[in-house]
Each structure stands twice: as C-alpha cells, then as structure tokens.
Write a protein that binds this ligand. Structure first.
Ligand SMILES: [Zn+2]
Length: 194
C-alpha cells in the first residue's frame, strides 16, 4: 500500500512564504491531513497555528479547524472545573448520599423519594427511583429499600453542603461560555486557514 503525498498551500501574511499542509491519499482514496505549518522565516516569528476540534462523524472530515493567530495570543479558556476530580465510585463507597448529590438534581431526588414511598420493595420501582436503585447496585452491589430511602433523605437535607449536580453543571456552563468567548477572540484577531 502506498500513500500519495501532496501539499496544500496558502500565501503567508507577509507574502514571501506559505502556510503548508501535507495531504496523504492511499490507493483506496483514504485521505489524511498533516498538521499545517508556517514556511516563512518572518511569519514564524509573528504567528502561530492553533487547532479547534469539533465533534462530527468521520465521513464529514477529521473535525479539526486551523486558525492562524498572533504568536502571543494566550488561550485563557483553559478548562478548570474544580469538580472534575470527583470519583463517583469512591464517593459511593464512602457515603452513597454524597454520590447521589453529584449525580442527580434536587428535583430528581425528591421525585425518586416520593416514588420510593409508594412501593414495598426495590424490584417494583419505576422512573428515577429505578435509575437510582440501578446506580446503587452498580456501585455497592446491593440495595435495600429502607436503607436507600434514608440515603436519599440525607442527600436532600444536605444538598447544599459540598459538591452537587447543580454546582457541577453551573461550572461546566461557565467553562463552555469561556471557551466560546475565546473562539470569538480567535476569529477577531486571526483567520481560518485551509
Ligand atoms: Zn511570511
């Protein structure tokens, strides 16, 4: 099997060199793109190329956009969620109510609690109650109705203490807003290439 190499080129900002990307194509028309680079001594000192990744199906391309930006542009939207290190499994071992708070919203816990009050054993649970029972069995390999009811009540009563689902989600949203603002800045000071 052999790869045919070609190069995509664009003129660099100063006009004396180029922005280059290697394109490899094999006998079955599969295409691979290399990382673009700046082939100009002058522009290399003023610009850099950054990548933006998209989630998209493979047949729509590799899901990467490239931007040429000033070399001193700093990515100030580095993902910092203070709750990223939460280990649900570990929390569940420690205290299942703590795990419940991180996985479910307060509304869901309340709804599950009222569902549990209507039933006499775990196997007849429906809706969120059933989901929570599945989670407990996965992490702790057992689930008794009385015990679980106590844990959900504890989770509801102490919801505002320590990490919980609402705080984690708010942090995620704050981060994606920061990320979106950064890409706006990139488009304003740089340009998309290739
Ligand atoms: Zn140049």
């Amino acid at each position: 099997m052999s790869w045919d190499k070609t190069y995509k080129k664009e003129i660099c900002p100063c006009g004396k060199g180029a922005l280059v990307q290697e394109v490899r194509e094999d006998d079955w028309n599969r295409v691979e793109f290399g990382n673009p680079y700046i082939e100009c001594e002058e522009c290399k000192t003023k610009y850099k190329i950054i990548e933006r990744h998209f989630f998209q199906p493979p047949w729509k391309g590799d899901g990467i956009c490239y931007y040429l930006v000033p070399i001193d542009l700093v990515d100030d939207a580095v993902y910092e969620n203070k709750y990223t290190n939460i280990d649900e499994y570990k929390l569940a071992q420690e205290d299942f109510s703590k795990c419940l708070k991180c996985v479910y919203s307060l509304n869901v816990l309340n709804e599950a609690l009222s569902e549990l009050k209507k039933i006499s054993n775990c196997s007849s649970a429906k809706g969120f109650a059933r989901e929570i029972i599945k989670l407990r069995k996965r992490y702790l390999h057992s689930c008794r109705l009385k015990e679980l009811t106590q844990e959900i009540i504890k989770a509801i009563n102490t919801y505002d203490e320590g990490p919980n689902f609402e705080l984690i989600r708010a942090e995620d949203e704050r981060n994606s807003e920061k990320r979106a603002a950064f890409w706006e800045k990139v488009k304003a000071v740089g340009r998309e290439i290739f």
